[in-house]
Design a protein around this ligand. Structure first.
Ligand code: ADP
Ligand code: MG
Length: 414
């Protein structure tokens, strides 16, 4: 992918936007871009630099993302809506072409990393609630105030707010005096930029050897105010001009998207419910696989009905693709026998929730998983739900459970 039209290769210390931003280390990547931690010499702050692949279709996608991000950032001057902010954008020319670059506020690890870090055991319910509140604030803002559908909500696209404090960071104290010199300045007779680069490389090397204390997801879990922001607006669209028929990452895809019966804001609410379940249990709510004689879509619909009950016939046969999956009675054509396992039972039996925790969580989740999109509560309505403000007892049980797991050398004993 590092060829003409593809990614831009970045080295630690590379300057961007006429030297305003200096690349420090790679934070992540997607199909369209690589994302780097960069130091903003103008504000002395860390930023995330998203560098898009250069080919025309990627540039077009980036322009769209910038347009969405600009409206999101401009309509939230107080920065209280739990969505990532766009700080700047520019073009950068390299050997593989011209790359659109977005400068975003620097955030921490994704919730996916947090789930992995917890070895897929799930987070304490009180933490899940804090995260849910943030995500709902973001969705309410996007949906009600801007008319935007995110279309790709999932743990990977929700980032914790970074706890790195640049003022306490050794890299900054090394950099500041050098960068304050005029362009081309020298330090001990050598070009300043070379020294900056050397120091940055050393820091990066230490980090890769594990000596530098890198941001551990666990650190973000200290204290109770756990906050996060929604990112990745590359696929977002205005509800009045949806442009893709197929949206969302497979496991978080709403039934109306699979059946092609038209989607809007409630599709995000479905993904939100799948995300909340995954945070609480460590497992994806739906992980469909194709098999002998049935497709991934059909398995997905079957899993939904096993967990949530049968899809009303009117909905099952009402989509443009319904005939591919359902017969005229509203039964799946190729998966005939469904094993019913209500969410409540799964939470209690498989994930060891107490009866009351399971009942309360299901009370919050199941309206969001209504097969009829128009019946799902809005983000605004969810924010009023008592579950978000109830204290859960699950926390204690989880701790006991993980202690046992540690003593048993991570052997599963249940
Ligand atoms: P793509 O559209 O190519 O999927 P994303 O916007 O999802 O790109 O970014 C790719 C990855 O880069 C993310 O999964 C995350 O790890 C990291 N990342 C993105 N934005 C930020 C940010 N603001 N702060 C820190 N890391 C980020
Ligand atoms: Mg992404």
């Amino acid at each position: 992918s590092y060829r003409k039209g593809g990614y831009h290769a970045v080295r630690v210390g590379d300057p961007f936007a006429a030297g305003r931003y200096i690349a420090q280390r790679k934070l992540g990547w997607g199909h369209f871009s690589t994302v780097w931690l960069a130091y903003d010499t103008q504000t002395s702050k860390y930023v995330a630099l998203k560098i898009q692949k250069s080919a025309e279709q990627f540039a077009e996608a980036a322009l769209h993302e910038i347009e969405v991000l600009l409206s999101i950032t401009n309509a939230d001057p107080s920065n209280s809506k739990c969505v990532v902010r766009l700080i700047d954008h520019f073009k950068h020319s390299g050997p593989n072409g011209q790359h659109l670059c977005m400068v975003l506020e620097f955030l921490g690890d994704s919730l996916l990393r947090l789930i992995r870090y917890r070895r897929y055991k799930g987070l304490e319910l009180n933490k899940v609630k804090e995260i849910c509140k943030c995500v709902l604030i973001a969705l309410d803002y996007l949906h009600r105030e801007l008319g935007i559908i995110h279309t790709d909500l999932k743990p990977e696209n929700i980032l914790l707010i970074s706890t790195i404090n640049p003022a306490k960071d050794p890299i900054k104290s090394a950099l500041t005096p050098i960068l304050k010199r005029p362009e081309g300045g020298t330090l001990n007779g050598k070009p300043a930029m070379n020294i900056v680069e050397k120091r940055l490389k050393r820091t990066a090397r230490r980090a890769s050897m594990g000596r530098e204390t890198d941001l551990e997801p666990e650190k973000c879990m200290d204290g109770i105010d756990l906050r996060c922001k929604v990112v990745d607006f590359g696929n977002a669209c205005w509800a009045d001009k949806p442009f893709a028929e197929e949206i969302q990452t497979r496991q978080y895809r709403a039934p109306e998207v699979i059946l092609v019966s038209g989607y809007s804001f409630p599709a995000d609410m479905w993904s939100f419910a799948c995300t909340a379940f995954e945070l609480a249990t460590g497992d994806m709510m739906f992980a469909p696989k194709g098999g002998k004689g049935f497709s991934e879509d059909e398995d997905h619909l079957a899993l939904m009905m096993e967990l949530l009950g049968k899809m009303p016939k009117k909905i099952a046969i009402g989509g443009a693709r319904s005939k591919d999956y359902f017969d005229r009675h509203g039964d799946l054509k190729r998966i005939r026998r469904l094993k019913l396992r209500p969410v409540h039972r799964v939470l209690v039996d498989k994930y060891k929730f107490s009866e009351s925790d399971a009942r309360e969580f299901v009370g919050f989740l199941s309206p969001l998983l209504d097969f009829a999109p128009e019946k799902r509560p809005t983000a605004q309505q969810c924010l009023q739900h008592p579950w978000l403000n109830l204290n859960s007892s699950h926390q204690k049980e989880m701790n006991v459970q993980s202690n046992i797991d540690v003593r048993m050398g991570n052997l599963k004993i249940n």
